[in-house]
Design a binder for this molecule. Sequence first.
Ligand code: ADP
Ligand code: MG
Length: 393
Amino acid sequence: MNKPLHKAILPGALVNGQPATLGVMGGGQLGRMFVHAAQAMGYFTAVLDPDAASPAGLVSHHHIQTDYLDEQGLAQLMQRCAAITTEFENVPAPALMTLGAQRPVAPGADAVAIAQDRAAEKAHFVRCGVPVAPHAVIATPAQLAAVTDDLLPGILKTARMGYDGKGQIRVKTREELTAAWDELKNVPCVLEKMLPLQAECSVIVARGADGQIVNFPVQLNLHREGILAVTSVYEGAVPADLAAQAVAATRAIAEGIHYVGVLCVEFFILEGGQLVVNEMAPRPHNSGHYTMNACDQSQFELQVRTLAGLALTQPRQHSPAIMLNLLGDLWPEGASPDWAAVLALPGTHLHLYGKLSARPGRKMGHLNITGATPEAVRATALQAAALLGIEAF
Ligand code: ADP
Ligand code: MG
């Protein structure tokens, strides 16, 4: 059971003799942006991450540099923090249970456990009445043999630990399916029918321990090679009826597990116009980074509010926005992209995560572009993309 939050943790308050401190498991860029938001509101922060150069550890008041399951590390985090959140979904469940026994932890171990497992996640979506891709769980040879032909061509995905298209193999025939499952070392998998996608979108909600829930607008997402490349958010980017369906589905999915914290749900829009849920992330999401500059509250501020037990108010988008993901591929050998030229464009907001080495596919930062109209934002975003070497969209 998760220790409940009885009263709000206020910035600047003394909790057990120390300034109110919020903790995060994981020191990646999402943790870093959480730390920035918490500090802006006057909280102290603590990050647990084994990496000495983790993006969040570098900017936090405290960096506990141990493994996620290290008992002393977890004890230190609890000693420091009034409440604790996570920034990646693969935080080991036992660590969250240990923390949750003594401190409010949001999201809780049970919600994270569902999001960690594609099979459990799909079962939850079905329980909430939200359509999913036709699929089958393959954890045993008998389940492999029982797969029906209507799931082919399909995508075989490991049930756990997949991200950015990793742990996935596309298969056309039963022979390819068998070979793919072997290649994935016969770990539990989900085979999904390959669907004809017209587009992809996502919705981010924040839900408090008191059940109050608010949402950001629907985000239109373009993926390239399994990684988010561009997010566009403005009136008309996603048809209004589909957007309303996606928001209602996301709220139902969060409420169905009594979720506390920030939750992102990803959807497919099929060629026929139907909405199908893909997966969820129990944390702020790459597709929500535009909120930092285009909304009156960012997804990270809402994460702080849900964790500290503060009131939630419906966030308002004040500017049309496009976010460009900045992957390591954009860094020429030994140099940086031409930021001076990019930042000379109107409404550009650069966010870099403090990572010292750029590798292909590595998320180094993002560029938010805001403007008065969707047309203006698109024109600037395309100019920025051309300067950076990002393919037009
Ligand atoms: P990850 O956890 O790596 O983000 P996803 O399940 O979201 O994995 O898959 C990555 C991308 O692959 C999706 O954003 C989508 O573009 C494509 N994809 C995944 N599943 C399907 C499917 N059933 N049909 C068509 N495309 C898919
Ligand atoms: Mg995904």
